[in-house]
Design a protein. Structure first.
Length: 277
């Protein structure tokens, strides 16, 4: 049976309270053998504990924790210590995130976003965890920050990046919506690029062209559910089983079979996060 990985979902949230077990079961039936549930929310609310608990209950579910740029204004020493304790206390936590910069909504002041982004990158590096990056309308600042914090040299060329000592804490640019240049820069820094249901949208020709030009060995697929439901399920709540639709779209873009895309992205996920899928 073809295997798929949903490399970014939010199934611990209230949107799934009524049927969470059924959602996980439907994913497994669809061939989605692994889901990475990404905890988000107020770091003082218990949201991250909830995310870890879900991953410890289901062997198909791993967990990532980290403060989203929307909530950067709530990040403090207490929040950081709580997250570090959770990461150290559970083998199900395999990544730090989602963290990054969001200049579209600006729910937290940009200066605070940038400060908290850097701080969390350093924490992830100390814990040897890959990072999950959220970047919206902040392409240049995101790449510059990653260069400075994860390589530590502020390099701006491929040759220098290859010569630099890259830490093991690369990661993934999730729900990618940036430029081809941004994707290529991230790949040079050791990152993977993940595509969500937006890849299937009718007006996403530019995004599909970017996906076509990127190497398959650096790509992942995700749902970001309950958001960004792919075609042909637009208008309905998204869930991990529907990552298969994004994989089918990516298969068409690269003129491969869905089985191949499932296998390749599953292997990519296992390589990045150091787990078996």
């Amino acid at each position: 049976m073809t295997q798929f990985v949903d490399s970014h979902c939010h199934i611990d949230g209230p949107e799934f309270n009524a049927d969470r077990e059924d959602v996980i079961a439907r994913a497994i039936d669809a061939g989605v053998t692994t889901m990475l549930n990404v905890g988000t929310g107020n770091p003082h609310s218990g949201a991250f504990e909830r995310a870890v608990e879900l991953s410890e209950k289901h062997r198909e579910v791993y967990c990532a924790i980290g403060v989203h740029p929307h909530d950067a204004k709530l990040f403090d020493d207490s929040a950081e210590q709580r997250l570090v304790d959770l990461a150290k206390g559970s083998s199900r936590v395999i990544a730090w995130g989602e963290i990054g910069l969001d200049y579209h909504y600006d729910h937290s002041p940009r200066e605070i976003q940038r400060e908290v982004f850097r701080r969390q990158l350093r924490t992830a590096r100390a814990l040897n965890l890959p990072v999950i990056i959220h970047s919206r309308e902040a392409n240049s600042d995101t790449i510059q920050t990653l260069r400075e914090e994860l390589i530590g040299t502020g390099v701006s060329s491929v040759d220098h990046a290859q010569d630099a000592r890259v830490t093991p804490c690369a990661g993934v640019l999730h729900c990618f919506g940036g430029t081809l240049e941004m994707a290529q820069d991230a790949i040079e820094l050791g990152f993977y690029i993940s595509f969500a249901g937006t890849l299937t949208f009718k007006k996403a020709d530019d995004l599909r062209e970017i996906a076509r030009q990127l190497p398959l060995e650096r790509l992942l697929v995700e749902t970001d559910c309950p958001y960004l439901t792919p075609v042909p399920f637009r208008g309905k709540r998204n869930e991990p089983a529907r990552v298969v639709e994004t994989a089918k779209c990516l298969a068409g873009i690269h003129e491969r079979s869905s089985d191949e895309i499932g296998r390749i992205t599953t292997e990519n996920f296992a390589r990045l996060f150091g787990v078996s899928s």
